[in-house]
Design a protein around this ligand. Structure first.
Ligand code: ADE
Ligand code: ZN
Length: 344
């Protein structure tokens, strides 16, 4: 298997066909405008936009906050467990078409409990979809509960309390929402408690925030993965540490361009991260808002970055399995099927 000899014209087919894991998908960010309107009608929720087209036209973001405002408004149509199940099933069907074999889904309970939707409703619908994804589509999955960092640590603790009766239905916790001005340190105690409970820990860091937030996600929150982390390239010492510790980064190329973290895809540092030996992965973040699902992200990045070749494609898929929280036997099986595809 000479990965460097793979001709460029074979890359799009390989990128699409290769088995892969998605590790950074906010399930509320998979709500397509059509489904937002269908759920709004089903639940009698009024929307601020008159049509699917008008809503989609509003997806012109200047930064993370300009996106989050619309993203939280879109989630307001989710009221019943069936709504959460339908949303996640729509995502799993798209993921299946992209040869995603394993997905770890973020969800934002506070966005829903603040509107009077019970925690049980949220996790009940999502859990049912995860079971169906395995049964109907052969996709393995898990749920990661995110704390909204623009809210207080007390609010996060209250959310953790609500979640504990459902401890068996999620594997870990994350930290998302507005990054700037909300450093990881703000959530030191609640993440320590989650560690005591045996939950996996991840956090968004170094998306818009500085490399210092990546350091404190590692040192204070004790995370096992960094979500985004693209600003780490500004700090050579941090880069060395991430490579040495094989600390995964869940990179989201289309998201980074849509939210103006990079001006263009050609300016993205995905190739630099991989070439520095980091365990970078490719993910969709909020695919309904950023112009594409997993394979769209792979194709867009490889199209714009001529440094990326067959070796990088194979490495990105291998990294996605290594960085996942799946069972070792599953990781081994997926890796073998990846190697078989590249050997063919
Ligand atoms: N919530 C949903 N998408 C997000 C992102 N890209 N960054 C921070 N919080 C988010
Ligand atoms: Zn994200």
């Amino acid at each position: 298997m000479n990965l460097d000899a793979i001709p460029r014209e074979r890359l799009p087919g390989l990128l699409r066909a290769m088995p892969k894991a998605e590790l950074h998908i906010h399930i509320e960010g998979s709500l397509e405008p059509e489904l937002i309107f269908a759920l709004a009608q089903r639940n009698g929720v009024a929307l601020a936009y008159p049509s699917v087209e008008a809503l989609r036209a509003a997806y012109a973001f200047t930064d993370l906050q300009s996106f989050l405002d619309i993203y939280y408004a879109g989630a307001s149509v989710l009221l019943k467990a069936q709504d959460f199940e339908d949303m996640a099933m729509a995502y799993f069907r798209r993921a299946k078409a992209d040869n995603v074999v394993h997905a770890e889904l973020f969800f934002d309970p506070q966005t829903h409990t603040a509107r009077g939707v019970a925690f049980e409703t949220v996790i009940g619908g999502l859990s049912r979809a995860c079971e169906r994804a395995q049964r109907e589509l052969g996709i393995s999955s898990a749920l990661i509960m995110c704390f909204l960092r623009h809210l207080s640590e007390d609010d996060a603790f209250a959310t953790l309390e609500q979640a504990l009766p459902y401890r068996g239905q999620f594997i870990g916790v994350g930290l998302d929402s507005s990054e700037r001005g909300h450093p990881p340190e703000k959530f030191a105690r609640v993440f320590a408690r989650c560690g005591e409970l045996g939950l996996h820990r991840v956090a968004h860091a170094g998306e818009e925030g500085p490399p210092a937030y990546v350091w404190s996600a590692l040192d204070v929150l004790k995370v096992e993965r960094i979500d985004h982390g693209v600003r780490s390239t500004e700090d050579p010492l941090l880069m060395q540490r991430l490579a040495r510790e094989r600390m995964p980064l869940t990179v989201c190329p289309l998201s980074n361009v849509k939210l103006c973290v990079f001006e263009t895809m050609a300016a993205h540092n995905l190739a630099a991260l991989l070439d520095a030996g980091l365990v970078a992965t490719v993910n969709s973040d909020d695919p309904a808002y950023f112009g594409g699902y997993m394979n769209d992200n792979f194709i867009a990045a490889f199209d714009a970055l001529p440094q990326l070749g067959g070796r990088h494609a194979h490495r990105l898929a291998a990294n996605s399995f290594e960085a996942s929280f799946a069972a070792p036997d599953d990781k081994k099986r997926w890796r073998e099927s990846l190697d078989a595809l590249f050997a063919a």
